[in-house]
Design a binder for this molecule. Structure first.
Ligand code: AKG
Length: 286
């Protein structure tokens, strides 16, 4: 039985995003919340990025202002490698069924992370498109942002420009440096057209890889925890190294291996993958 209606699928293809409630079952959601709460507690014992991910990078990243009294854990790299609940949500949930209905039937996993904005945290995400970070031979690539907490207008929701996935690919390179963000003048226009993606815990925002998006700091007293997974059609082959190498890269979450490549003509500058703990464009005051 399909999870998405024809109207929801048409909305996604027209606007480049779709917010849907109940993307995971209640038991999985509660386990994800409990795991994250335990990671925040543990972060009180650390004053800088810690733990080890698949490629030796830090598993857990903290803001500069992080302290035992006021933890500011802002990133967990590849949580699916250390939590059954996050693995379940990524691999076998309503969310994965939705992906199969949008870019399937054959869908594979690319990478995952948690972006957390704890109350008082300064993290914002500058306007960008995901595709230039993870270029593939075709753009049947979706970023799924699962709301582990309720997302409101105040706690730093994802903001998107509807329909921008049908526009151009913007450069993330400025004056010879990879900034991970689009140029300021375009970002100002995006801000004027921004739509906020909100929902109760357990909702997901499914976002086309070319959609322009960003998000502001958390101004509320409630956390905002997003579990973010990138997936592609099986015949979309990555054109650059995975910015977050992980042991599940390429694993099918739906359908079967096609051993085919589908390619579309793109001109996209390759990303520069920094060696630090975070690779995306999170900007705190630090
Ligand atoms: O954490 C957020 O608010 C946005 C995340 C994002 O932009 C991304 O993962 O590409």
């Amino acid at each position: 039985m399909p999870v998405l209606s024809e109207a929801q699928k048409a909305f996604f293809h027209e606007n480049g995003y779709l917010v849907v409630e109940d993307a995971v079952d209640q038991q999985t959601l509660s386990a994800m919340q409990a795991d994250f709460a335990a990671w925040v507690e543990d972060s009180r014992n650390h004053s800088e990025p810690y733990g080890e991910a698949f490629d030796g990078r830090a598993r857990f990243d903290v803001e500069a202002a992080h302290s035992a009294e006021q933890p500011a854990l802002r990133r967990v790299n590849a949580p699916v490698e250390i939590s059954d609940a996050y693995y379940q949500a990524m691999n076998n949930s309503n969310m994965t069924k939705m992906l199969a209905e949008l870019i399937g039937p054959n869908v594979k996993f690319h990478h995952s992370k948690i972006n957390s904005k704890l109350p008082g945290g300064k993290t914002a995400v500058k306007w960008h498109q995901d595709f230039p970070f993870t270029p593939h031979t075709n753009d049947d690539v979706i970023t799924a942002l699962l709301m582990v907490d309720e997302v409101t207008a105040e706690n730093g929701p994802l903001e998107v420009v509807a329909g921008s996935h049908r526009g151009k690919l913007h450069s993330l390179w400025h004056n010879g440096s990879f900034t991970g963000a689009i140029e300021n003048s375009v970002a100002e226009q995006c801000q004027q057209q921004a739509i906020t993606c909100m929902g109760p815990a357990g909702s997901v925002c499914l976002m086309h890889t070319r959609l322009l998006h960003g998000s502001a700091p958390n101004l509320s007293s409630h956390p905002r925890t997003l579990f973010i997974c990138v997936y592609s059609a099986d015949d979309a082959i990555p054109l650059s190294p995975n910015p977050m190498p992980n042991k599940f890269e390429g694993a099918l979450v739906s359908g079967e291996k096609t051993n085919r490549v589908r390619s579309v003509d793109y001109e996209v500058e390759l990303p520069e993958v920094p060696k630090g703990a975070s690779f995306f464009v999170q900007q705190g005051a630090d």
